[in-house]
Design a protein around this ligand. Structure first.
Ligand code: FE2
Ligand code: FE2
Length: 253
């Protein structure tokens, strides 16, 4: 089981039906890990208790952006959990996967600066409106940049800034390609697409899990890093279980 392996990772599936707080418990259990890689130490060089607080603040900010639009309810939480799961499947140390989780909560925080008239518009966007929406990664990075422990090379600020880059270089804001895109941003790109396509949006209905998985596979090598897609495919059924559990919780809250 992904989160219940021999290294003492937490079993994320245990959250099923156990109330929303259990999602926080998953993260707290990960927080207690003493297995810190030198890379994650550099990217997040703060004590566990502080990291836990940063996570809680990130979750609150993610909830704030999701609350702007009922269509995206729980989206940031889903991106956080799925990004963390993919990170662990990639073999990243738990501490680094925790950082991906925090970045998932924060990835769309820049949308707080996008007018509701654009964000919630029913029907197609004009070129100008689309250009405004495309500014949200830069706005998000600017919002969290003052938090020193989130910045730094390939840190959470960079993940937020680059989560709409594409592996083929056709994304935004900088048109980065391949491994020039921070690894965390490449992971979030897959988790973001998965969660977004499974939700109704003003301009289209939600797609089925099978359809979304097929779409992600089809975009491997163009929109997404094939290595990330492969890791996701290996755990797609487990991820589906997480998402179903989270949506059941949301439905009763
Ligand atoms: Fe969380
Ligand atoms: Fe985004």
């Amino acid at each position: 089981m992904l989160f219940g392996d021999a290294e003492g990772r937490t079993d994320l599936c245990s959250m099923s039906g156990a109330g929303k707080n259990s999602l926080g418990n998953i993260f707290r259990a990960e927080d207690t890990s003493s297995r810190l890689s030198s890379q994650s130490e550099r990217n997040f060089p703060i004590p566990d208790a502080v990291q836990m607080t940063v996570h809680q603040l990130a979750e609150s900010l993610g909830n704030a952006i999701d609350a702007k639009d009922h269509c995206t309810r729980s989206h940031s939480e889903e991106v956080a959990v799925v990004s963390q799961a993919i990170g662990l499947q990639l073999g990243l140390p738990p501490r680094t996967a925790d950082i991906l989780h925090i970045a998932g909560h924060l990835h769309d925080i820049g949308k707080i600066g996008i007018p509701d008239s654009i964000l919630k518009k029913q029907g197609p966007l004009t070129d100008r409106e689309y250009a405004t929406i495309k500014r949200h990664p830069e706005m998000g990075a600017a919002i969290i940049e003052p938090v020193t422990c989130l910045s730094g090379n390939n840190g959470i600020v960079d993940m937020v800034l680059h989560h709409h880059e594409r592996f083929d270089g056709k994304g935004y804001p900088d048109g980065l390609a391949g491994e020039d895109i921070p690894l965390g941003a490449r992971v979030i790109a897959v988790a973001d697409t998965l969660s977004a396509m499974l939700q109704d949006r003003p301009y289209r209905r939600a797609r089925s899990y099978v359809e979304v998985v097929a779409e992600i596979q089809q975009c491997s090598g163009s929109q997404f890093d094939p290595r990330i897609v492969e890791a996701f495919m290996d755990i797609r059924e487990t991820v589906q279980g997480y998402l179903l559990s989270m949506r059941e919780l949301c439905a009763v809250l």
